[in-house]
Ligand binder design. Structure first.
Ligand SMILES: Cc1cc2nc3c(=O)[nH]c(=O)nc-3n(C[C@H](O)[C@H](O)[C@H](O)COP(=O)(O)OP(=O)(O)OC[C@H]3O[C@@H](n4cnc5c(N)ncnc54)[C@H](O)[C@@H]3O)c2cc1C
Length: 361
Protein backbone atom coordinates (compact mmCIF):
# COMPACT_ATOMS: atom_id res chain seq x y z
CA UNK A 1 0.00 0.00 0.00
CA UNK A 2 1.24 3.51 -0.83
CA UNK A 3 1.11 6.23 1.81
CA UNK A 4 0.43 8.85 -0.87
CA UNK A 5 -0.48 8.66 -4.56
CA UNK A 6 -0.03 12.01 -6.33
CA UNK A 7 -1.83 12.62 -9.64
CA UNK A 8 -0.04 15.28 -11.71
CA UNK A 9 3.65 16.21 -11.87
CA UNK A 10 3.20 19.91 -12.64
CA UNK A 11 4.67 22.49 -10.22
CA UNK A 12 2.23 21.51 -7.43
CA UNK A 13 2.66 17.71 -7.63
CA UNK A 14 6.42 17.84 -8.25
CA UNK A 15 6.90 20.13 -5.23
CA UNK A 16 4.82 17.88 -2.99
CA UNK A 17 6.75 14.79 -4.16
CA UNK A 18 10.08 16.54 -3.59
CA UNK A 19 9.36 17.69 -0.02
CA UNK A 20 7.51 14.67 1.41
CA UNK A 21 9.57 12.74 3.96
CA UNK A 22 11.53 9.80 2.57
CA UNK A 23 9.84 7.51 5.12
CA UNK A 24 6.65 7.65 3.04
CA UNK A 25 5.96 5.29 0.15
CA UNK A 26 4.95 7.70 -2.63
CA UNK A 27 3.71 7.13 -6.18
CA UNK A 28 3.58 10.08 -8.61
CA UNK A 29 1.78 9.62 -11.94
CA UNK A 30 1.37 11.94 -14.91
CA UNK A 31 -0.13 11.48 -18.35
CA UNK A 32 2.74 13.53 -19.82
CA UNK A 33 6.30 12.25 -20.09
CA UNK A 34 8.39 14.71 -18.11
CA UNK A 35 11.72 12.92 -18.37
CA UNK A 36 14.37 15.49 -19.22
CA UNK A 37 15.71 13.73 -22.31
CA UNK A 38 12.40 12.87 -24.02
CA UNK A 39 11.00 15.02 -26.84
CA UNK A 40 7.84 17.03 -25.94
CA UNK A 41 4.53 15.51 -26.95
CA UNK A 42 1.98 17.08 -24.62
CA UNK A 43 3.21 20.56 -23.80
CA UNK A 44 1.49 22.48 -21.00
CA UNK A 45 -0.35 25.49 -22.46
CA UNK A 46 1.10 28.39 -20.45
CA UNK A 47 2.63 31.85 -20.79
CA UNK A 48 5.71 30.65 -18.89
CA UNK A 49 6.25 33.84 -16.90
CA UNK A 50 7.59 33.41 -13.38
CA UNK A 51 5.98 36.31 -11.50
CA UNK A 52 7.48 37.92 -8.37
CA UNK A 53 5.34 35.77 -6.03
CA UNK A 54 6.60 32.60 -7.72
CA UNK A 55 10.17 33.93 -7.61
CA UNK A 56 9.77 34.50 -3.87
CA UNK A 57 8.43 30.97 -3.44
CA UNK A 58 11.39 29.50 -5.39
CA UNK A 59 13.75 31.51 -3.17
CA UNK A 60 11.92 30.22 -0.10
CA UNK A 61 12.40 26.66 -1.38
CA UNK A 62 16.12 27.31 -1.85
CA UNK A 63 15.88 26.98 -5.63
CA UNK A 64 17.36 29.02 -8.49
CA UNK A 65 16.23 28.45 -12.09
CA UNK A 66 18.95 26.79 -14.22
CA UNK A 67 20.17 28.68 -17.29
CA UNK A 68 18.80 26.22 -19.87
CA UNK A 69 15.23 26.64 -18.51
CA UNK A 70 15.29 30.36 -19.33
CA UNK A 71 14.18 31.77 -22.64
CA UNK A 72 14.42 35.27 -24.09
CA UNK A 73 13.86 38.09 -23.84
CA UNK A 74 13.82 38.75 -20.09
CA UNK A 75 11.23 41.47 -19.57
CA UNK A 76 11.09 44.27 -17.03
CA UNK A 77 7.84 45.97 -17.95
CA UNK A 78 4.25 45.23 -18.83
CA UNK A 79 2.55 47.19 -21.57
CA UNK A 80 -1.16 47.54 -20.81
CA UNK A 81 -3.21 48.09 -23.95
CA UNK A 82 -6.73 49.16 -23.08
CA UNK A 83 -8.94 48.84 -26.18
CA UNK A 84 -12.03 49.73 -24.09
CA UNK A 85 -10.64 53.18 -23.26
CA UNK A 86 -8.25 53.61 -26.20
CA UNK A 87 -5.20 53.98 -23.94
CA UNK A 88 -1.86 52.32 -23.33
CA UNK A 89 0.69 52.56 -20.52
CA UNK A 90 3.85 50.75 -19.40
CA UNK A 91 4.41 49.58 -15.82
CA UNK A 92 7.57 48.20 -14.28
CA UNK A 93 7.28 44.47 -13.48
CA UNK A 94 9.95 41.83 -12.98
CA UNK A 95 9.11 38.54 -14.67
CA UNK A 96 11.37 35.64 -15.46
CA UNK A 97 10.67 34.30 -18.93
CA UNK A 98 11.01 30.51 -19.03
CA UNK A 99 10.35 27.60 -21.32
CA UNK A 100 7.42 26.13 -19.39
CA UNK A 101 8.03 22.54 -20.47
CA UNK A 102 11.67 22.76 -19.39
CA UNK A 103 10.60 24.41 -16.11
CA UNK A 104 8.27 21.49 -15.30
CA UNK A 105 10.94 18.95 -16.26
CA UNK A 106 13.51 20.70 -14.08
CA UNK A 107 11.15 20.55 -11.04
CA UNK A 108 10.55 16.85 -11.74
CA UNK A 109 14.31 16.22 -11.95
CA UNK A 110 14.60 17.38 -8.30
CA UNK A 111 12.28 14.63 -7.00
CA UNK A 112 14.23 12.13 -4.88
CA UNK A 113 14.64 8.59 -6.19
CA UNK A 114 12.65 7.27 -3.21
CA UNK A 115 9.49 8.49 -5.01
CA UNK A 116 8.15 6.05 -7.61
CA UNK A 117 7.42 8.11 -10.74
CA UNK A 118 5.31 6.85 -13.64
CA UNK A 119 4.87 8.89 -16.83
CA UNK A 120 2.47 8.29 -19.76
CA UNK A 121 0.16 7.14 -17.02
CA UNK A 122 -3.44 8.30 -16.93
CA UNK A 123 -5.42 8.55 -13.69
CA UNK A 124 -8.81 6.92 -14.30
CA UNK A 125 -10.74 6.81 -11.02
CA UNK A 126 -10.63 6.25 -7.29
CA UNK A 127 -12.85 4.47 -4.81
CA UNK A 128 -12.98 5.05 -1.07
CA UNK A 129 -12.73 1.86 0.98
CA UNK A 130 -12.82 1.64 4.81
CA UNK A 131 -9.27 2.68 5.62
CA UNK A 132 -7.66 3.18 2.23
CA UNK A 133 -8.38 4.51 -1.27
CA UNK A 134 -8.29 2.38 -4.41
CA UNK A 135 -6.64 4.28 -7.26
CA UNK A 136 -7.04 3.12 -10.84
CA UNK A 137 -4.63 4.28 -13.57
CA UNK A 138 -3.89 3.31 -17.17
CA UNK A 139 -0.41 2.60 -18.45
CA UNK A 140 0.36 1.15 -21.93
CA UNK A 141 -3.37 0.51 -22.48
CA UNK A 142 -3.57 -1.64 -19.34
CA UNK A 143 -5.49 -0.70 -16.18
CA UNK A 144 -3.85 -1.04 -12.77
CA UNK A 145 -5.33 -0.62 -9.29
CA UNK A 146 -3.21 0.38 -6.29
CA UNK A 147 -4.07 1.17 -2.67
CA UNK A 148 -3.22 4.47 -0.99
CA UNK A 149 -3.81 6.11 2.39
CA UNK A 150 -3.90 9.59 0.82
CA UNK A 151 -4.75 10.60 -2.76
CA UNK A 152 -3.40 14.03 -3.76
CA UNK A 153 -4.97 15.64 -6.83
CA UNK A 154 -2.39 17.93 -8.45
CA UNK A 155 -3.92 17.44 -11.88
CA UNK A 156 -4.56 21.08 -12.76
CA UNK A 157 -7.57 23.00 -14.05
CA UNK A 158 -9.41 20.01 -15.55
CA UNK A 159 -8.81 17.89 -12.43
CA UNK A 160 -10.42 14.47 -12.65
CA UNK A 161 -9.65 13.87 -8.96
CA UNK A 162 -11.68 16.98 -8.07
CA UNK A 163 -14.48 16.02 -10.44
CA UNK A 164 -14.86 12.61 -8.79
CA UNK A 165 -14.29 13.47 -5.12
CA UNK A 166 -16.04 16.85 -4.96
CA UNK A 167 -19.09 16.11 -7.11
CA UNK A 168 -21.50 18.50 -5.42
CA UNK A 169 -19.03 21.33 -4.84
CA UNK A 170 -18.80 24.63 -6.66
CA UNK A 171 -15.73 25.06 -8.83
CA UNK A 172 -14.12 28.28 -10.11
CA UNK A 173 -15.43 30.02 -13.24
CA UNK A 174 -13.97 28.14 -16.18
CA UNK A 175 -12.48 30.02 -19.13
CA UNK A 176 -11.27 28.67 -22.46
CA UNK A 177 -7.72 29.67 -23.04
CA UNK A 178 -6.45 29.84 -26.61
CA UNK A 179 -2.79 30.49 -27.21
CA UNK A 180 -1.20 30.74 -30.65
CA UNK A 181 2.45 31.03 -31.53
CA UNK A 182 3.56 33.35 -34.36
CA UNK A 183 7.02 33.53 -35.89
CA UNK A 184 8.78 36.87 -35.49
CA UNK A 185 12.14 38.49 -36.20
CA UNK A 186 11.38 41.51 -34.02
CA UNK A 187 12.16 42.19 -30.37
CA UNK A 188 9.25 42.74 -27.98
CA UNK A 189 11.03 43.33 -24.69
CA UNK A 190 7.89 43.70 -22.61
CA UNK A 191 4.91 41.60 -21.69
CA UNK A 192 1.67 42.96 -23.17
CA UNK A 193 -1.70 42.67 -21.47
CA UNK A 194 -4.80 43.58 -23.45
CA UNK A 195 -8.14 44.67 -22.04
CA UNK A 196 -11.09 44.46 -24.40
CA UNK A 197 -14.63 43.65 -23.34
CA UNK A 198 -15.55 42.60 -26.91
CA UNK A 199 -13.15 39.69 -26.45
CA UNK A 200 -13.32 38.80 -22.76
CA UNK A 201 -14.11 40.12 -19.28
CA UNK A 202 -10.68 38.72 -18.31
CA UNK A 203 -7.63 39.58 -20.43
CA UNK A 204 -5.42 38.67 -23.39
CA UNK A 205 -1.62 38.65 -23.51
CA UNK A 206 1.43 38.73 -25.78
CA UNK A 207 4.73 37.20 -24.67
CA UNK A 208 7.83 36.75 -26.77
CA UNK A 209 9.68 33.41 -26.58
CA UNK A 210 12.86 33.67 -28.65
CA UNK A 211 11.81 33.96 -32.32
CA UNK A 212 8.15 33.36 -31.59
CA UNK A 213 5.42 35.45 -29.98
CA UNK A 214 2.67 33.83 -27.99
CA UNK A 215 -0.69 35.52 -28.24
CA UNK A 216 -3.24 34.20 -25.82
CA UNK A 217 -6.64 34.99 -24.39
CA UNK A 218 -8.85 33.61 -21.63
CA UNK A 219 -12.42 33.65 -22.93
CA UNK A 220 -15.55 32.81 -20.95
CA UNK A 221 -17.84 32.29 -23.92
CA UNK A 222 -17.13 28.68 -24.99
CA UNK A 223 -19.19 28.77 -28.17
CA UNK A 224 -17.57 31.86 -29.61
CA UNK A 225 -14.02 31.42 -28.29
CA UNK A 226 -12.40 30.91 -31.72
CA UNK A 227 -14.38 33.77 -33.26
CA UNK A 228 -13.37 36.10 -30.44
CA UNK A 229 -9.73 35.07 -30.70
CA UNK A 230 -9.77 35.88 -34.45
CA UNK A 231 -11.26 39.28 -33.60
CA UNK A 232 -8.41 39.87 -31.13
CA UNK A 233 -5.80 39.13 -33.82
CA UNK A 234 -7.55 41.47 -36.26
CA UNK A 235 -7.67 44.26 -33.64
CA UNK A 236 -3.98 43.79 -32.78
CA UNK A 237 -3.00 43.98 -36.46
CA UNK A 238 -5.07 47.15 -36.91
CA UNK A 239 -3.41 48.61 -33.80
CA UNK A 240 0.00 48.13 -35.37
CA UNK A 241 1.29 44.94 -33.83
CA UNK A 242 3.57 43.15 -36.26
CA UNK A 243 2.16 39.61 -36.12
CA UNK A 244 4.06 37.07 -38.20
CA UNK A 245 3.08 33.72 -39.63
CA UNK A 246 1.05 31.40 -37.37
CA UNK A 247 3.11 28.47 -36.21
CA UNK A 248 1.39 26.50 -33.43
CA UNK A 249 -1.97 26.56 -31.66
CA UNK A 250 -2.66 25.37 -28.14
CA UNK A 251 -5.70 25.47 -25.89
CA UNK A 252 -6.89 24.43 -22.49
CA UNK A 253 -9.18 25.47 -19.66
CA UNK A 254 -8.17 28.01 -17.07
CA UNK A 255 -9.81 28.62 -13.72
CA UNK A 256 -10.81 31.99 -12.30
CA UNK A 257 -11.52 31.79 -8.60
CA UNK A 258 -13.92 34.60 -7.81
CA UNK A 259 -15.32 33.21 -4.56
CA UNK A 260 -13.61 31.42 -1.70
CA UNK A 261 -16.28 28.71 -1.73
CA UNK A 262 -14.98 27.73 -5.20
CA UNK A 263 -11.80 26.44 -3.54
CA UNK A 264 -11.96 22.72 -2.68
CA UNK A 265 -9.38 21.15 -0.41
CA UNK A 266 -10.03 17.84 1.34
CA UNK A 267 -12.60 15.10 1.44
CA UNK A 268 -11.98 11.67 3.02
CA UNK A 269 -8.19 11.80 2.59
CA UNK A 270 -8.53 12.97 -1.02
CA UNK A 271 -6.75 16.31 -1.05
CA UNK A 272 -6.25 18.94 -3.76
CA UNK A 273 -3.33 21.29 -4.41
CA UNK A 274 -2.45 23.85 -7.10
CA UNK A 275 -4.97 24.80 -9.75
CA UNK A 276 -7.00 21.63 -9.07
CA UNK A 277 -7.87 23.17 -5.69
CA UNK A 278 -8.79 26.47 -7.36
CA UNK A 279 -5.55 28.21 -6.39
CA UNK A 280 -5.01 30.73 -9.20
CA UNK A 281 -5.01 34.51 -9.36
CA UNK A 282 -8.34 35.95 -10.55
CA UNK A 283 -6.56 39.16 -11.61
CA UNK A 284 -3.63 37.83 -13.67
CA UNK A 285 -4.18 34.03 -14.04
CA UNK A 286 -0.80 33.55 -12.36
CA UNK A 287 -0.83 30.05 -10.89
CA UNK A 288 2.74 28.82 -10.50
CA UNK A 289 3.30 30.54 -7.13
CA UNK A 290 0.12 29.00 -5.71
CA UNK A 291 1.09 25.56 -7.04
CA UNK A 292 4.52 25.77 -5.37
CA UNK A 293 3.00 27.16 -2.16
CA UNK A 294 0.15 24.66 -1.78
CA UNK A 295 2.45 21.71 -2.67
CA UNK A 296 4.84 22.85 0.05
CA UNK A 297 2.05 23.39 2.59
CA UNK A 298 0.59 19.93 2.02
CA UNK A 299 4.02 18.26 2.24
CA UNK A 300 4.73 19.97 5.59
CA UNK A 301 1.25 19.09 6.87
CA UNK A 302 1.72 15.40 6.05
CA UNK A 303 5.35 15.32 7.29
CA UNK A 304 4.33 16.83 10.64
CA UNK A 305 0.88 15.36 11.22
CA UNK A 306 0.76 12.19 9.12
CA UNK A 307 -2.86 11.10 8.55
CA UNK A 308 -4.08 14.02 10.69
CA UNK A 309 -2.75 16.45 8.05
CA UNK A 310 -6.19 17.79 7.09
CA UNK A 311 -6.62 20.27 9.94
CA UNK A 312 -3.15 21.74 9.46
CA UNK A 313 -3.38 21.97 5.65
CA UNK A 314 -6.80 23.65 5.94
CA UNK A 315 -5.37 26.15 8.43
CA UNK A 316 -2.23 26.86 6.37
CA UNK A 317 -4.15 27.31 3.13
CA UNK A 318 -6.14 30.16 4.71
CA UNK A 319 -3.10 32.31 3.81
CA UNK A 320 -3.58 31.45 0.12
CA UNK A 321 -7.31 32.10 0.39
CA UNK A 322 -6.66 35.53 1.88
CA UNK A 323 -4.27 36.28 -0.98
CA UNK A 324 -6.96 35.28 -3.49
CA UNK A 325 -9.46 37.60 -1.74
CA UNK A 326 -6.96 40.46 -2.16
CA UNK A 327 -6.39 39.53 -5.83
CA UNK A 328 -10.16 39.63 -6.35
CA UNK A 329 -10.22 43.16 -5.00
CA UNK A 330 -7.40 44.04 -7.40
CA UNK A 331 -9.34 42.38 -10.25
CA UNK A 332 -12.41 44.48 -9.41
CA UNK A 333 -10.36 47.63 -10.02
CA UNK A 334 -8.38 46.29 -13.00
CA UNK A 335 -11.38 45.05 -14.96
CA UNK A 336 -13.62 48.04 -14.30
CA UNK A 337 -13.46 50.20 -17.44
CA UNK A 338 -13.96 53.49 -15.58
CA UNK A 339 -11.54 52.78 -12.69
CA UNK A 340 -8.90 51.52 -15.11
CA UNK A 341 -9.19 54.70 -17.15
CA UNK A 342 -8.80 56.87 -14.03
CA UNK A 343 -5.70 54.91 -12.95
CA UNK A 344 -4.10 54.92 -16.40
CA UNK A 345 -4.82 58.62 -16.86
CA UNK A 346 -3.35 59.46 -13.46
CA UNK A 347 -0.03 57.88 -14.62
CA UNK A 348 0.37 56.44 -11.08
CA UNK A 349 3.25 53.91 -11.19
CA UNK A 350 3.44 54.09 -15.00
CA UNK A 351 6.70 54.70 -16.83
CA UNK A 352 7.84 56.13 -20.16
CA UNK A 353 9.31 53.70 -22.64
CA UNK A 354 11.22 54.29 -25.85
CA UNK A 355 9.15 51.91 -27.96
CA UNK A 356 10.97 51.46 -31.26
CA UNK A 357 8.78 48.52 -32.30
CA UNK A 358 5.43 50.23 -32.22
CA UNK A 359 4.50 51.38 -35.71
CA UNK A 360 1.58 53.70 -35.00
CA UNK A 361 3.29 56.00 -32.51
C1 LIG B 1 -2.77 29.78 -21.30
C2 LIG B 1 -2.26 29.84 -19.88
C3 LIG B 1 -1.22 30.70 -19.56
C4 LIG B 1 -0.74 30.74 -18.25
N1 LIG B 1 0.33 31.54 -17.98
C5 LIG B 1 0.87 31.55 -16.73
C6 LIG B 1 2.06 32.28 -16.47
O1 LIG B 1 2.65 32.91 -17.36
N2 LIG B 1 2.54 32.29 -15.19
C7 LIG B 1 1.91 31.60 -14.18
O2 LIG B 1 2.36 31.65 -13.04
N3 LIG B 1 0.79 30.87 -14.42
C8 LIG B 1 0.27 30.80 -15.68
N4 LIG B 1 -0.83 30.03 -15.93
C9 LIG B 1 -1.40 29.22 -14.84
C10 LIG B 1 -0.49 28.02 -14.55
O3 LIG B 1 -0.13 27.38 -15.76
C11 LIG B 1 -1.17 27.00 -13.64
O4 LIG B 1 -1.88 27.64 -12.62
C12 LIG B 1 -0.13 26.07 -13.04
O5 LIG B 1 0.50 25.32 -14.05
C13 LIG B 1 -0.79 25.14 -12.03
O6 LIG B 1 0.13 24.17 -11.64
P1 LIG B 1 -0.43 22.74 -11.18
O7 LIG B 1 0.77 21.94 -10.83
O8 LIG B 1 -1.49 22.93 -10.18
O9 LIG B 1 -1.15 22.13 -12.49
P2 LIG B 1 -0.57 21.84 -13.93
O10 LIG B 1 0.65 22.62 -14.19
O11 LIG B 1 -1.71 22.02 -14.85
O12 LIG B 1 -0.15 20.31 -13.87
C14 LIG B 1 -1.11 19.30 -13.84
C15 LIG B 1 -0.44 18.01 -14.26
O13 LIG B 1 -1.39 16.95 -14.11
C16 LIG B 1 -1.32 16.09 -15.23
N5 LIG B 1 -2.63 15.45 -15.38
C17 LIG B 1 -3.82 16.05 -15.60
N6 LIG B 1 -4.81 15.14 -15.65
C18 LIG B 1 -4.21 13.92 -15.45
C19 LIG B 1 -4.71 12.58 -15.40
N7 LIG B 1 -6.01 12.30 -15.53
N8 LIG B 1 -3.81 11.57 -15.21
C20 LIG B 1 -2.49 11.85 -15.07
N9 LIG B 1 -1.97 13.09 -15.11
C21 LIG B 1 -2.82 14.12 -15.28
C22 LIG B 1 -0.95 17.02 -16.38
O14 LIG B 1 -0.33 16.31 -17.44
C23 LIG B 1 -0.01 18.02 -15.71
O15 LIG B 1 1.32 17.63 -15.80
C24 LIG B 1 -1.33 29.95 -17.23
C25 LIG B 1 -2.38 29.08 -17.56
C26 LIG B 1 -2.83 29.02 -18.86
C27 LIG B 1 -3.94 28.06 -19.20
Amino acid sequence: MYDIVIVGAGPAGATLARILDKRYKVLLIDKRNLNEDIEYKREKCCGGLIAPDAQKMLAHLGLGIPKDVLTGPQMFSVKSVDFDNGMEKHYQRHYINVNREKFDRWLVSLIPSTVEVKFNCLFISHKKQNDYIEVKYRENNKDFVVKAKILAGADGAISKVRKQAFIDCTIPDTYISIQKCYKTHNEMPYYTSIFDRDITDFYSWIIQKENCILIGSAILDNDKANEKFDLLIEKLKNYGFDIGEENKKNGTLIMRTKKIKQINLIRDNVVLIGEAAGFISPSSAEGISYALKSGTMLAHSINNYNLKFAKYYTKESKKIKLNIIIKNFKAFIMYNKFLRKVIMKSRILSMDIKDINQKNK
